[in-house]
Design a protein around this ligand. Structure first.
Ligand code: ATP
Ligand code: MG
Length: 420
């Protein structure tokens, strides 16, 4: 038997209902906050991700699914959404009508990582981006939106972590101080971090190797190096979060390794996912639109890991499963063909009805109706045909009603109207 690819997964009925509910609640919230949906391709030119995510990131160095297409052009299955959304924003000149655009998307991403709980090679993200607003208040709005969403989804244990990455004016000073400190602990760093120390020292801060984390316990904090503007900006973020009563912790190790990221950066973390603690990550990336060939327009956004969110979501799946409102138990060929017509007509009218096509005994059909959790069963046997009537049985109260065969669909529609 051919099995699915390692790190990929099926989302089966029973679990899908939860995913649908999460997506519905999320989309409703996005729409309430004035976001519009954008749909981007699953594949892009490799160059786009190299330029936007950066050559010396884990994603580009070792996680992308990249291959030449049949004409030899290098293409990549998208590992994240921001690059494509920025490309679309520039390519379709969305800024021309109004530079302020609030966009969201939901869909699969691909990264060839080591599969484990909460880490897959095809996973899903919910992504939101705001273009054209430089004010730190929209960063706060994004964090507020995330915490609102997480509480609607009954996520028990989620905590916002925030930091500032400074700007191109103050970050170089911090980088130099950090590099100097890293030189003094070089013998305790992993080989990856030795390389990062020279090429991109910020990334050493989020290395997950325990010995590196220990070596960095006393690393300098970027918050001590912010310029006056960045300081003011970060203070405004915290004051505004306080006013909105959003709990957060300032986490000086939260970084993005790329130069176009600036100022506010944030993550939502949870203790209930083991090693995979980040459920969502985001921040301001003011330099990216320009770096990808567009005008100088600030931007900020986040991505939520849908798979991880589904694992920690506290909504009750049992209640979400849709059960048939009606099961038609039909005995004999004539009843079966009548039943078939009713089931079709009822489905068309928005009433979920099921029947058994095997012509089994009434007893086994009732058993099936019970197993499906049908609220009512409509019984048509030889006796009922003879009398020109069908019997509707309420499975909970056991109450039975007789219907004229000619008026079954109308009567059922009337009974169930608005009950769904
Ligand atoms: P991590 O540190 O866990 O590798 P990341 O920094 O690579 O996360 P981002 O690129 O910021 O993650 O993506 C945003 C979110 O997408 C993460 O917070 C996480 O919830 C989710 N995510 C990232 N990679 C995976 C994956 N391989 N499988 C499932 N979810 C993922
Ligand atoms: Mg990762």
């Amino acid at each position: 038997m051919i099995q699915l690819i390692r790190g990929f997964k099926d989302i089966l009925p029973g679990e899908v209902e939860l995913w649908q509910q999460i997506e519905k609640i999320t989309v409703d919230l996005f729409e309430d906050f004035g976001f519009s949906q954008i749909r981007i391709p699953i594949m892009e030119r490799t160059e786009l991700f190299k330029r936007s995510i950066g050559e010396d990131t884990d994603i580009v160095e070792k996680e992308m699914y990249t291959f030449p297409d049949r004409k030899g052009d290098l293409v990549t299955l998208r590992p994240e959404a921001t690059a494509s959304i920025v490309r679309a924003y520039i390519q379709h000149k969305l800024f021309a009508a109004d530079p302020v655009q609030k966009l969201y998307m939901v869909g699969p991403m691909f990264r060839r990582e080591r599969p484990q709980k909460g880490r897959y090679r095809q996973f899903y993200q919910i992504d939101a981006e705001i273009f054209g607003v430089a004010s730190p208040l929209v960063d706060v709005q994004l964090i507020f939106l995330l915490t609102t969403l997480f509480s609607r989804l009954k996520v028990a244990d989620a905590q916002a972590h925030i930091n500032s990455l400074g700007c191109p004016r103050c970050r170089p000073g911090f980088k130099a101080a950090l590099r100097e400190m890293l030189m003094s602990v070089s013998d305790r760093l992993c080989p990856d971090c030795i390389r990062r120390r020279d090429r991109n020292p910020l990334r050493v801060l989020d290395c997950k190797v325990p010995s590196c984390r220990e070596a960095l316990a006393d690393a300098p904090s970027i918050l001590d190096h912010l310029c006056a503007d960045c300081r003011q900006d970060f203070d405004a973020v915290q004051q505004s979060l306080d006013r909105l009563a959003v709990p957060y912790v300032v986490d000086k190790r939260l970084v993005r390794g790329l130069d176009y990221y600036a100022r506010t950066t944030f993550e939502i973390q949870t203790g209930s996912l083991g090693a995979q603690s980040a459920v969502a990550g985001g921040g301001r990336y003011d330099g990216l639109v320009k770096a990808l060939g567009g005008p100088e327009i600030p931007a900020t956004g986040f991505a939520i890991g849908f798979d991880r969110l589904a694992e920690i979501c506290g909504l009750d799946v049992e209640n979400l499963l849709d059960k048939p409102q009606l099961f038609v138990a039909a005995l004999g060929d004539r009843s079966q063909s009548l039943a078939f017509e009713w089931v079709c007509r009822l489905g068309q009218a928005g009433i979920r009805a099921e029947m058994d096509f095997s012509g089994r005994s009434l007893k086994s059909q009732m058993k099936r109706a019970n197993r499906l959790g049908a609220a009512h069963v409509l019984i048509v046997g030889e006796d009922e045909l003879e009398k020109g009537a069908a019997i509707l049985r309420n499975m909970e109260t056991k109450e039975q009603t007789m219907f004229d065969l000619a008026r079954v669909v109308e009567n059922i529609k009337q009974i169930f109207a608005g009950s769904r």
